[in-house]
Design a protein around this ligand. Structure first.
Ligand SMILES: Cc1ncc(COP(=O)(O)O)c(C=O)c1O
Length: 422
């Protein structure tokens, strides 16, 4: 657009061309950094063109199985039957009809009784975490997280100016002794630990599951220390053979625990719908600091229709063996082609495979693999310190890769290791 000389726009352009946006930014915007594609589920770019790229980077559902026809039918039904209702504002907690069907579902899944007001619906699990931080975190408060952890959540917590302490994830899940030490350390420095955030089932990125005994220990510890547990149950329903242990929420009978769930992985990430399950007192506090006029009523009505017409549970039942086969195919391909270079425990559910690189760093391997047309983030992406040592793990997402591509990962990875190690 051209501006007329002497016009208000010209003067404004003159003034603002000399201004530095950093003088205006909040501390959060100044310090949090731009983030990576892993944080936000964005697209990945190959360093050189490849005729058949394999993107094993993002935790997204199998694209070939998305229930798009059923969602479309549910959307058509609600628009035909109650357009006026679904096309207006829907309230702070989210469409009550959806929270009703969720209360029924979670009553069965968690074996305890829920009402609609035990739920607040947001823009995915990510929106839930943002709301939780808004309600519970003041700058300088401490949040204990898993190391490694899903980078999008740690970034969001940092964005609320909390101090994060990372506690190691072992084969049995987060070290509860490590959590106890982290809490003591923070307290000895005069800091307040408000939350322990963890993803106990098929953790992103390690695929590990917190054992039942560690869940009980964590509940005891956090009650003693009066620290809330935030249980991120994003992958809990996506097990292969055996269900994970009882949820932390259910083991604690809800006391001191807030649980995050999402439709992103069991249906589709593009829905951007997730929920927090908590006591009414907690939900009330969360609702008070919500200022976005609620999540799309149109979408939530569609989801309620999808679930109450019996479409969600069969879809999840159908997807479990799909992901189990994908995971087994990847494990087989790695065993067959990469044996001297990798060590791993295959996960029992979820979307991710975490393996140890022998004789090479994850950065070297992920860069070399990109030249073979295979994309995945280095394991360091999931630690608070992106220069984390030792740098020897890698995360592969198998959920949206075809079986053919999963079989091809082993040979490509072997060539990547050969470039670096041999
Ligand atoms: C552990 C975990 N929590 C939360 C999210 C965010 O999911 P969404 O905001 O799509 O529900 C993800 C996405 O990958 C995740 O892996």
């Amino acid at each position: 657009m051209t501006t007329k000389p002497g016009s208000a726009a010209t003067e404004a352009a003159e003034v603002w061309s000399k201004a530095d946006i950093r003088d205006y930014l909040s501390n959060s915007a100044l310090t949090v950094g731009a983030g990576t594609p892993t944080d936000a589920g964005a697209g990945w770019q190959l360093p050189v063109p490849h005729p058949d790229p394999i993107i094993a980077a993002g935790g997204i559902p199998d694209a070939a199985s998305l229930p798009s026809g059923e969602l479309e039918a549910a959307l058509a039904r609600i628009l035909n039957s109650k357009a006026k209702e679904v096309l207006r504002y829907g309230g702070v907690l989210g469409f009550e009809g959806l929270r009703e069907v969720m209360a029924e579902r979670q009553t069965v899944l968690d074996g305890m009784s829920f009402e609609p007001d035990n739920f607040i619906v947001h823009n995915g699990g990510s929106g839930c975490l943002d709301n939780l931080c808004q309600a519970f975190i003041d700058p300088g408060d401490v949040v204990v997280v898993e190391g490694p952890s899903y980078s999008g959540t740690t970034r969001a917590i940092r964005g609320h100016m909390a101090e994060l302490i990372e506690v190691e994830v072992e084969d049995d899940g987060i070290s509860v002794d490590g959590v106890a030490e982290a809490i003591q350390r923070a307290k000895s420095e005069g800091k307040r630990v408000k939350l322990v955030y963890l993803n106990p089932d098929y953790q992103n990125p390690t695929g590990t599951t917190l054992t039942e005994s560690r869940r009980a220990e964590l509940i005891d510890l956090c009650a003693r220390e009066q620290v809330f547990i935030v249980e991120d149950a994003t992958y809990s329903e996506l097990f292969f053979d055996e269900a994970p242990p009882q949820s932390i929420y259910s083991m604690a009978n809800g006391a001191g625990v807030l649980k995050i769930g999402t439709f992103s992985k069991v249906i589709a990430t593009g829905l951007r719908a997730g929920w927090i399950q908590a006591s009414k007192e907690h939900i009330d506090a969360l609702g008070r600091v919500r200022f976005d006029m609620g999540t799309s009523p149109l979408l939530l009505h569609m989801l309620a229709e999808f679930i109450s017409s019996g479409r969600l549970d069969p879809h999840i039942l159908k997807m479990r063996p799909v992901y189990a086969e994908k995971c087994a195919t990847l494990a087989e391909s790695l065993r067959e082609h990469c044996e001297p270079y990798v060590r791993f425990n295959a996960p029992g559910g979820g979307f991710f495979f975490w393996f140890e690189c022998l004789g090479a760093t994850s950065k070297e391997v992920s860069e070399a693999a990109a030249y073979e047309g295979l994309l995945f983030p280095p394991g360091t992406a999931f630690y608070l310190d992106k220069a984390h040592e030792p740098d020897n793990h890698v995360r592969l997402a198998f959920s949206n890769a075809s079986l053919e591509h999963l079989r091809e990962i082993g040979p490509r990875l072997r060539r990547a290791f050969q470039r670096v190690v041999d």
